[in-house]
Structure formats: C-alpha cells, structure tokens
Write a protein that binds this ligand. Structure first.
Ligand code: ATP
Ligand code: MG
Length: 405
C-alpha cells in the first residue's frame, strides 16, 4: 500500500477527507442508484473499524469524512482501496475559501506532483454557489498563481500531466490530491450470492476474490476429514476466509464433515474414480447449502488441465450433479498468474502452509483423466448417495468470519 504522502502543512489529519470515484456503473449504465446505495453501505461498514466517518454520495463521488479526532486515516485509506466498485481513491485537504489560500495550499500539498509534471490545469467545482467567483474564474485565478510559483510547469487545459481539483464547499475549500487506482469491479452484494468451495490451496481463495470483484456476496463451504485432516488445516482455511474479508466482506464458512463419504468411496468404488466421485459429493453438499441459503451459483478454483480431475471430461462429470451454474473464474489461467494474484491479495503465504486437504487423502495412484459419465454414475450406485449427503449435512458447523476479526 502506498504511503500517505504528500502531507499537508495546513490541514490537521481530522480535516482531511477521501473521495472515492465510482467504477463501472458510470460506463455501463447499470442500475446506478442501487449501485451507489450498495457501495455507500459497504464503505460505511468497512471504515467503521477506523473511527467515526460520515459517508455520502454526490455526483458519482463518495465522500468519506472523519468525524472524530482519533480516526485511523491511513487505515481507512487502505481500506477504501480494497472495496470493490471503486475505480479511484483520492485524498483532499481543506483550506480557507480565498484564491490566495487555495493557491498556497495547492502549491504545498501538491509540491511533489508539480515536480513530476510538465503541464497542469486547474479544475474547479462550486457546491457553494454564493462564492464570489464562478468555477471558470476561480480556475483561472488559481491557475495563474500556480503558474507563477512553478514556472517550469506549463498550463495545458487539454492534456495536462496534472489536474489540480479545487472544490468550494460550505465550510471550506478543498484541494484534491492525484487519485490512485481503487479495487475496481462491482460492489459486493450487487451480483447476488454464491457458495464458494474453499480449500486450503492457492486457487480457491483467488477464485473467491475474483467473483467478489464481480459483485458476488460469498458464503464459503469447506470440507474436513478428521482424523485424516487436522484442526490446523481447518484453522488455515478460516484464516484464508478472514484474509478475504477486506474484499469480500463478512461471511459464513460452512464446515462440513467429509470423512464418512471418503471412507465409503474407498470401500466400494473403483480406485480410478475416487477423486471424481468425491468431487461429485462436494458439489452435492455445496448445492444443498446453496439451496438452503438462496445462493444462485457455486464457485470453485478449478483451472482447465491443472490436475486429472480438471480435464474437460472430468469437469463435466463433476458438474453433472448440480443444476446451479458452476463459476470457475480461473478456468483459463496459468498457475503463475494465479500465484501472482494470490500474492497481491495476501493469501499466498497462508495457502502454502503445509497442512493436508481432504483431497490429498485417498488419492488414486492412476486417476482416470478421460472418464465416461455413465461409468462414473454406475460406479456410484454402490453407495447410498442421499443418506451419505444427509448424514454429512447433519454434522455441518457454521462459523462467522467478520471483517476486522
Ligand atoms: P486449491 O488450490 O483451491 O486447493 P487445487 O488445484 O488444489 O485447488 P483441487 O484440490 O482438485 O484443486 O480442488 C479443486 C477445487 O475444489 C478447489 O479449488 C476448491 O474450490 C474445491 N475444493 C477442494 N478441496 C476442498 C475442500 N476441502 N473444501 C472445499 N472445497 C474444496
Ligand atoms: Mg486443493
């Protein structure tokens, strides 16, 4: 995360505010009102952990203003940059509502930006219509003072390197710092709910993050096979869920026992189909959770060809048991790309902790890579599928993972 530079010499931290530019809705003409409402409520919920803030929307910009002296401004700024639906984030400092004060504050606050630019322009906005100059006059007056202070930086109203934003509001004038990219995507909650199958691996946290970025609210399902899998393996998955909350928001992790199913498969089914049949059970259980929770899709971290159970035929056999869409955002991605994202979002180091997953117990020596659906269905008839699913769901545990835990 970038630092809080440039600092302002005139404003106290409690007066500095953040401006969040809305993302895709502006381009796509989605339902703008619900996009804004959702985003404002998401921002409110997230910044609450950094102090008391007032959050409201005006002209495609969300304003985040501290309302107590002890607000953690650096924390709130970092938080805002992780919220999906926000295209860009900028800070702004207040100053007195006069041309001289505005030019002086802008010169000090944007000193580094001026040093790095060859051209600039001033763009002004008046919320306070009683201010004596209109926006064009104000831009010209501030612009000519700044041109005098920075003779090496030319005025260019068409394609400037630096745009100095000035806003005249009721209580003060505000100078905006250059914006930094936000997390992009759509506000979480806009795209409905999905159940994500979260293992302890590298892939499924990334897949979850990618779907949350498209506005999907997630509930996680994790399968455990004690005593073959340990408490540490489960704790690791809860930690991954916690690491995802700054992006995905709070979530429920459904922990579902899977031991009995795996033992029955091993006892009664041909070894080459172990993994596939196991994956069909995972889908059935996730589907049951999705139905109960009103979710519209399942999410997995599968990527085409990565392992035997992720060939095209194998994926077909797996999704045969669900009538909800299975979203696989990593399907066309290479492992190196997935790892790069895992590092960026901060899940990688936890993912590589060496605890076993239920997928890695009872793995067949020669898994079938070209399975025929009929053969797998046939092999499964040795099991009482419904009873095993029902029994497994009886042991389900709910764990709430909150932002800031
Ligand atoms: P990952 O890195 O996500 O573990 P993987 O490449 O190891 O993926 P598999 O182990 O075959 O792949 O699992 C494929 C997908 O199945 C995972 O991405 C995840 O969505 C789901 N999955 C696997 N194991 C579990 C589990 N124990 N609990 C919940 N979901 C699981
Ligand atoms: Mg795995």
């Amino acid at each position: 995360m970038s630092s809080m530079e440039p600092n302002t010499p005139t404003a106290s931290a409690a007066e500095e505010i953040f401006l969040l530019k809305l993302g895709e809705v502006v381009l796509k003409g989605l339902n703008r009102r619900s996009f804004e409402d959702k985003l404002v409520s998401n921002v409110r919920r997230r910044v609450k952990h950094c102090g008391i803030f007032q959050v409201y929307v005006r002209q495609s910009t969300i304003y985040v203003e501290p309302r107590s002296a002890d607000c953690d401004m650096a924390g709130a700024y970092a938080t805002c940059r992780q919220i999906f639906g926000i295209a860009a984030v900028a800070r702004a400092v207040p100053c007195e509502k006069s041309v001289d004060a505005i030019a002086e504050t802008a010169a000090a606050y944007l000193k580094d930006a001026f040093a790095a630019s060859r051209s600039f322009k001033v763009e002004s906005k008046r919320a306070d219509k009683t201010f004596s100059l209109n926006s064009i006059q104000l831009s010209q007056a501030v612009g000519s003072q700044l041109a005098r202070r920075f003779p090496a930086v030319k005025v260019d109203v068409h394609q400037p390197d630096l745009t100095v934003h000035v806003e005249i509001r009721e209580a003060a004038a505000y100078i905006h710092a250059p914006s930094e990219p936000g997390a992009g995507g759509l506000p979480v909650g806009m795209g409905g709910t999905a159940v994500s199958l979260l293992s302890g691996g590298i892939d499924s946290p990334v897949a979850s993050w990618m779907m949350a970025r498209r506005g999907v609210q997630l509930e996680m399902v994790h399968f455990v096979s004690p005593p073959y899998t340990s408490q540490q393996a489960q704790d690791k998955v809860l930690e991954l869920a916690r690491l995802l909350t700054p992006y995905c928001g709070r979530m429920i992790v459904h922990v579902i026992p899977f031991t009995k199913i795996q033992e029955e498969i091993r006892r009664s089914c041909p070894e080459e189909y172990f993994t596939l049949i196991m994956r069909r059970f995972m889908m059935r259980l996730a589907l049951a959770v999705a139905r109960r929770r009103g979710a519209g899709a399942l999410v997995t971290g599968e990527s085409l060809g990565q392992v035997a159970s992720q060939t095209m035929l194998a994926l077909g056999v797996t999704e045969d048991v669900t009538d909800l869409p299975v979203l696989r955002p990593l399907i066309g991605m290479d492992k190196v790309e997935i790892i790069r994202i895992a590092r960026e979002i901060g899940t990688f180091d936890t993912s590589i902790l060496p605890y076993e997953d239920c997928c890695t117990v009872f793995t067949p020596r020669h898994p079938c890579t070209r399975p025929k659906l009929q053969d797998v269905r046939e092999a499964e008839t040795a099991l009482d599928v419904e009873a095993l699913v029902a029994q497994s769901l009886e042991g389900e545990q709910w764990i709430r993972v909150k932002y800031g835990d």
